[in-house]
Design a protein around this ligand. Structure first.
Ligand code: ZN
Length: 149
Protein backbone atom coordinates (compact mmCIF):
# COMPACT_ATOMS: atom_id res chain seq x y z
CA UNK A 1 0.00 0.00 0.00
CA UNK A 2 2.70 2.44 1.10
CA UNK A 3 4.83 1.38 -1.84
CA UNK A 4 2.03 2.10 -4.31
CA UNK A 5 1.57 5.51 -2.78
CA UNK A 6 5.28 6.30 -3.18
CA UNK A 7 5.17 5.22 -6.79
CA UNK A 8 2.17 7.43 -7.38
CA UNK A 9 3.94 10.43 -5.78
CA UNK A 10 7.07 9.79 -7.84
CA UNK A 11 5.03 9.61 -11.04
CA UNK A 12 3.31 12.86 -10.16
CA UNK A 13 6.62 14.64 -9.56
CA UNK A 14 7.98 13.33 -12.84
CA UNK A 15 4.97 14.52 -14.81
CA UNK A 16 5.26 17.98 -13.22
CA UNK A 17 8.87 18.22 -14.37
CA UNK A 18 7.95 17.06 -17.85
CA UNK A 19 5.44 19.87 -18.13
CA UNK A 20 8.27 22.39 -18.55
CA UNK A 21 8.46 22.85 -22.31
CA UNK A 22 10.63 25.22 -24.31
CA UNK A 23 9.15 26.03 -27.70
CA UNK A 24 11.49 27.25 -30.42
CA UNK A 25 10.60 29.89 -33.00
CA UNK A 26 12.68 31.37 -35.78
CA UNK A 27 11.94 34.37 -37.97
CA UNK A 28 13.90 36.12 -40.70
CA UNK A 29 14.01 39.82 -41.59
CA UNK A 30 15.09 41.41 -44.86
CA UNK A 31 16.32 44.53 -46.69
CA UNK A 32 12.76 44.89 -48.03
CA UNK A 33 11.57 45.77 -44.51
CA UNK A 34 9.72 42.51 -44.04
CA UNK A 35 9.57 39.57 -41.65
CA UNK A 36 9.36 36.05 -43.04
CA UNK A 37 6.15 35.35 -41.10
CA UNK A 38 2.91 37.24 -40.52
CA UNK A 39 1.99 35.00 -37.62
CA UNK A 40 3.91 33.06 -34.97
CA UNK A 41 2.13 30.45 -32.90
CA UNK A 42 3.07 28.41 -29.86
CA UNK A 43 1.10 25.61 -28.25
CA UNK A 44 -0.78 26.07 -24.99
CA UNK A 45 1.63 23.78 -23.10
CA UNK A 46 4.76 25.86 -23.85
CA UNK A 47 6.26 27.23 -20.63
CA UNK A 48 9.11 29.05 -22.31
CA UNK A 49 9.82 30.48 -25.76
CA UNK A 50 13.22 30.45 -27.43
CA UNK A 51 13.09 32.84 -30.36
CA UNK A 52 15.76 33.58 -32.95
CA UNK A 53 15.66 36.64 -35.20
CA UNK A 54 17.82 36.55 -38.34
CA UNK A 55 18.63 39.32 -40.83
CA UNK A 56 19.26 37.88 -44.30
CA UNK A 57 19.75 41.22 -46.04
CA UNK A 58 22.88 43.20 -46.93
CA UNK A 59 22.13 46.55 -45.29
CA UNK A 60 23.70 47.73 -42.04
CA UNK A 61 21.94 48.20 -38.74
CA UNK A 62 21.86 52.02 -38.97
CA UNK A 63 19.92 52.00 -42.26
CA UNK A 64 17.90 48.75 -42.14
CA UNK A 65 18.08 47.61 -38.52
CA UNK A 66 15.52 45.12 -37.24
CA UNK A 67 14.49 43.82 -33.86
CA UNK A 68 11.63 41.66 -32.65
CA UNK A 69 9.48 43.15 -29.93
CA UNK A 70 6.47 41.46 -28.33
CA UNK A 71 3.61 43.40 -26.72
CA UNK A 72 -0.14 43.46 -26.38
CA UNK A 73 -1.70 44.57 -29.65
CA UNK A 74 -3.25 47.54 -27.83
CA UNK A 75 0.23 48.74 -26.74
CA UNK A 76 2.52 48.19 -29.69
CA UNK A 77 2.01 51.41 -31.65
CA UNK A 78 2.62 53.57 -28.57
CA UNK A 79 5.76 51.57 -27.71
CA UNK A 80 7.04 52.05 -31.27
CA UNK A 81 6.49 55.80 -31.02
CA UNK A 82 8.22 55.99 -27.62
CA UNK A 83 10.99 53.82 -29.05
CA UNK A 84 11.66 56.29 -31.83
CA UNK A 85 12.18 59.00 -29.18
CA UNK A 86 14.52 56.67 -27.23
CA UNK A 87 16.83 56.70 -30.26
CA UNK A 88 19.46 54.45 -31.78
CA UNK A 89 21.57 54.33 -28.60
CA UNK A 90 18.71 52.44 -26.94
CA UNK A 91 17.85 50.21 -29.91
CA UNK A 92 14.71 52.34 -30.43
CA UNK A 93 13.05 50.97 -27.30
CA UNK A 94 12.00 52.87 -24.18
CA UNK A 95 14.15 51.62 -21.27
CA UNK A 96 12.49 49.46 -18.61
CA UNK A 97 9.07 49.67 -20.25
CA UNK A 98 6.67 47.24 -18.56
CA UNK A 99 4.52 47.07 -21.71
CA UNK A 100 7.32 45.21 -23.51
CA UNK A 101 6.88 41.47 -22.91
CA UNK A 102 10.08 40.42 -24.69
CA UNK A 103 12.51 41.81 -27.26
CA UNK A 104 15.69 40.99 -29.14
CA UNK A 105 18.47 43.46 -29.70
CA UNK A 106 18.58 45.51 -32.89
CA UNK A 107 20.53 43.69 -35.62
CA UNK A 108 21.90 44.43 -39.07
CA UNK A 109 22.60 42.27 -42.12
CA UNK A 110 24.10 38.87 -41.42
CA UNK A 111 23.45 39.08 -37.69
CA UNK A 112 21.07 37.16 -35.48
CA UNK A 113 19.88 37.31 -31.90
CA UNK A 114 18.26 34.64 -29.75
CA UNK A 115 16.15 35.35 -26.69
CA UNK A 116 14.34 33.17 -24.17
CA UNK A 117 11.30 34.30 -22.23
CA UNK A 118 8.67 32.59 -20.05
CA UNK A 119 5.07 32.31 -21.22
CA UNK A 120 3.92 33.23 -17.70
CA UNK A 121 3.66 36.84 -18.89
CA UNK A 122 1.18 35.80 -21.59
CA UNK A 123 -2.50 34.95 -21.35
CA UNK A 124 -3.73 32.06 -23.47
CA UNK A 125 -5.71 33.36 -26.41
CA UNK A 126 -4.61 36.95 -25.69
CA UNK A 127 -4.19 39.52 -28.45
CA UNK A 128 -0.44 40.01 -29.01
CA UNK A 129 1.60 41.63 -31.74
CA UNK A 130 5.30 41.35 -32.61
CA UNK A 131 6.95 44.25 -34.42
CA UNK A 132 10.18 46.01 -35.34
CA UNK A 133 10.72 49.28 -33.46
CA UNK A 134 13.19 50.80 -35.97
CA UNK A 135 11.72 54.20 -37.01
CA UNK A 136 9.08 53.75 -39.71
CA UNK A 137 9.24 49.95 -39.71
CA UNK A 138 6.48 49.04 -37.27
CA UNK A 139 3.71 50.09 -39.66
CA UNK A 140 4.63 47.26 -42.06
CA UNK A 141 6.86 45.02 -39.93
CA UNK A 142 4.38 43.48 -37.55
CA UNK A 143 2.54 40.22 -37.10
CA UNK A 144 0.30 38.28 -34.80
CA UNK A 145 1.62 36.24 -31.90
CA UNK A 146 -0.69 33.40 -30.82
CA UNK A 147 -0.37 31.51 -27.54
CA UNK A 148 -2.59 28.42 -27.52
CA UNK A 149 -6.06 28.27 -29.10
ZN1 ZN B 1 13.11 46.85 -38.94
Amino acid sequence: MMRNLLIAVAALLLSTQLQAKTCELSIDSTDQMTYSAKELKIDADCTEVKLTLNHSGKLAKNVMGHNWVLAKTADYQAIAQDGMKAGADHDYLPAGDARIIAHTKLIGAGESDTITFPTSALAQGGDYTFFCSFPGHWAVMHGKFVFGS
